[in-house]
Design a protein around this ligand. Structure first.
Ligand SMILES: Cc1ncc(COP(=O)(O)O)c(C=O)c1O
Length: 349
């Protein structure tokens, strides 16, 4: 049986080698990561490194406690994972299987489809209508009635669309099984889903340290939900997938949310500037609550992406036979990196 694979873009090292330029000259506008390296991380990482001869604690209790403090729930409501990606895969294992069915909208994060396929579940993607690609809420509500899992991405990747609490609750109430709310960009959108989790025992809200917190390389995320849901995920988790160093960095980040909020503040200011500038070069920029901008750029999308790529600027492009063929997605980076993007766009347009 052939299962769809998650395909990463080429690594920065591979691109640098192919283009014959230094890795430092490459900017990733395709990964939706933070432009701000964690300048505080070296000391806690070094301290954790001195204990690397031992296994981490099997239950990740300190990480669960830190995530619980951050969100405002109990540690028993926290399901840690090696990124939200692992939580998505755990959720598929826990709640889906050959005779089960999951539902989501399209376009959205591709791992939901892959996770469902890996466990042999049926998977329905309900297309959003252009040009805004707003999530088809009514159709989702209808399909949710016999779904074992509804995957809901808020803000949605790749559109940046945010759904409010009322809309999310409508979908949750309609779902027969479990709603997995992927809130990877919640910090950037300013979303807090604690009330949702308190009111519904069939929702798992997934947070990551990879985006607003700027720790994508550490690979840590966590789901927040009712104790019984967390327990079901714990039952299918592999032993020790979260490295001790990563766990220590995540705890430090969660215990100092002011570092994250300062960076998010800078990023949101820069997002507005970049959106204006991209509009200025003639693109149609979709409103975004996340750290990326989906733009309608027209039929030259591939040629524009190729030109940027040749200069070491890697943007997200979409399949030529899909609904986003004429679009590109740009991660909001630092003002200097974004200026480089804009100057290179001026060359090609
Ligand atoms: C919607 C969404 N969910 C999950 C992830 C992956 O998150 P993590 O790094 O925590 O695995 C991404 C990364 O781009 C994403 O866009």
């Amino acid at each position: 049986m052939s299962v769809p694979r998650y395909r990463w873009q080429p690594t920065t090292r591979d691109i640098a080698r192919d283009l014959g330029i230094p890795e430092s000259a490459i900017v990733r506008f395709d990964h939706n990561t933070s432009p701000y390296p964690p300048d505080w991380a070296a000391a806690p990482a070094a301290a954790a490194a001195r204990r690397l001869n031992e296994y981490p604690g099997a239950n990740y209790l300190p990480l669960r406690e830190a995530a619980a403090r951050y969100v405002g729930v109990e540690p028993s409501n926290i399901a840690p994972g090696a990124g939200v990606d692992e939580i998505i895969l755990l959720a598929a294992r826990a709640f889906l299987g050959p005779s089960r069915r999951s539902v989501t909208s399209a376009p959205t994060y591709p791992l939901y489809r892959i996770a469902a396929a890996q466990v042999g579940a049926a998977h329905l993607e309900i297309p959003a209508a252009g040009p805004s690609f707003a999530q088809p809420v009514d159709a989702l509500v209808e399909a949710a009635a016999d779904a074992d899992v509804v995957w809901l991405c808020v803000p949605n990747n790749p559109t940046g669309e945010r759904l409010d609490l009322e809309t999310v609750e409508t979908i949750v109430n309609a779902t027969a099984g479990v709603t997995i709310l992927d809130a990877a960009y919640a910090e950037i959108a300013g979303d807090r889903w604690t009330d949702l989790v308190a009111a519904h025992d069939d929702v798992l809200v997934c947070h990551t340290l990879s985006k607003g917190f700027g720790l994508a390389g550490a690979r840590v995320g966590f789901g927040v939900g009712a104790e019984a849901l967390v327990d079901t995920l714990d039952a299918v988790r592999p032993p020790g997938s979260i490295a001790e160093v990563s766990s220590v960095l995540a705890i430090d980040a969660l215990d100092h949310p002011e570092r994250m909020t300062a960076n998010v503040h800078r990023l949101v200011t820069e997002r507005a500037r970049l959106a204006d500038a991209l509009t200025g070069v003639g693109f149609t920029v979709l409103p975004s609550a996340a750290n990326f901008l989906l733009c309608h750029v027209g039929s030259a999308a591939g040629a524009i992406a190729d030109h940027l790529f040749s200069r070491g600027l890697v943007v997200r492009r979409f399949p030529a036979d899909g609904p986003l063929a004429d679009h590109l997605r740009f991660t909001v980076r630092s003002p200097g990196e974004d200026d480089r993007l804009l100057a290179t766009l001026e060359e090609v347009l």
